[in-house]
Design a protein around this ligand. Structure first.
Ligand code: ADP
Length: 260
């Protein structure tokens, strides 16, 4: 499949003098599930905001389908960690999922179809008429995911989306992401500071160095595509990969140079 995203010599300095991204280059192909990990404060959120066109880079470029990203684009949807703040309490689940679609020129029938399909895909059809505050944290995050899906973006960008939910809910949501990727072929950039999560979810893991960040390692995850929480995490290869990523992050924290 073709190239979707190209990041070339990306640099971001917050004025007056915080260099968050040093020099970052990588590409992503269409349909890929790419996990990005790195130590806390290394510039992961800054990278996502540059990818999504929410922040203007200080240097370098982000290209999508060969064209520079210069502002927020309908081709991208972002799911943030703070689901509670990203949903409107006065709207139902359906209303929340539908809201961004009002910016698209769609017939009412088409809009209703996209909303119903997305709500169904995240397993919330039975609470489509409920309000977010009537739902658990994990279900609220499913609403945020449905909203992004209904928008039919070319790439779904997720910023530590499951950091605030309990372990079991997190595992369920990870499997939802794997499932959506497998069944719908969506391209996903998934940022996390959790090494196990990155290896379990990703087809590839990009390890970032500490700020000013660079790519420290770019590892293909050669685990079988059919994954499940118990058997995949018990595979010797899973343990090897997580150890590799963990070691890279430890070195990144100590500020050692990229290994040859
Ligand atoms: P991460 O998501 O990996 O934790 P961030 O991208 O949030 O990292 O931050 C990277 C660096 O940039 C940190 O040193 C942080 O303090 C700094 N930073 C982030 N946002 C801003 C901002 N709006 N203004 C100034 N500095 C910022």
């Amino acid at each position: 499949m073709g190239e979707l995203l190209r990041v070339e010599h990306l640099r971001k300095v917050y004025e007056p003098a915080t260099e968050a991204i040093g020099d970052l280059s990588f590409t992503m192909r269409a349909g890929e599930l790419l996990c990005v990990v790195g130590p806390s404060g290394c510039g992961k959120t800054t990278l996502l905001k540059c990818l999504a066109g929410l922040l203007r880079p200080t240097g370098g470029v982000v290209e999508m389908h060969g064209a520079p990203v210069t502002g927020p684009s309908p081709a991208m949807a972002v799911v943030f960690q703070e689901y509670g703040r990203s949903l409107y309490p006065w709207l139902t689940v359906r209303g929340n999922v539908e809201l961004p679609l009002r910016h698209k020129r769609l017939s009412r029938v088409e809009r209703a179809r996209l909303v119903a399909d997305a709500v169904e895909a995240v397993g919330l059809a039975h609470v489509a008429r409920s309000h977010p505050w009537q739902l658990s944290g994990g279900m609220q995050q499913r609403v945020a995911i449905a909203r992004a899906l209904a928008y039919e973006p070319d790439v779904l960008i997720m910023d530590e989306p499951f950091a605030a939910v309990d372990a079991q809910t997190r595992a369920d949501l990870e499997d939802l992401v794997r499932d959506l990727h497998a069944t719908r072929g969506i391209s996903i950039v998934f940022v996390t500071h959790d090494v196990d999560e990155a290896v379990y979810l990703g087809e590839r893991v990009l390890v970032l160095s500490g700020a000013p960040t660079r790519v420290r390692a770019d590892l293909p995850v050669d685990l079988p595509p059919e994954r499940d929480q118990r058997s995949t995490r018990a595979l010797p290869r899973f343990t090897e990969l997580r150890t590799q990523v963990y070691e890279q992050i430890q070195r990144a924290k100590r500020g050692q140079n990229v290994a040859p």
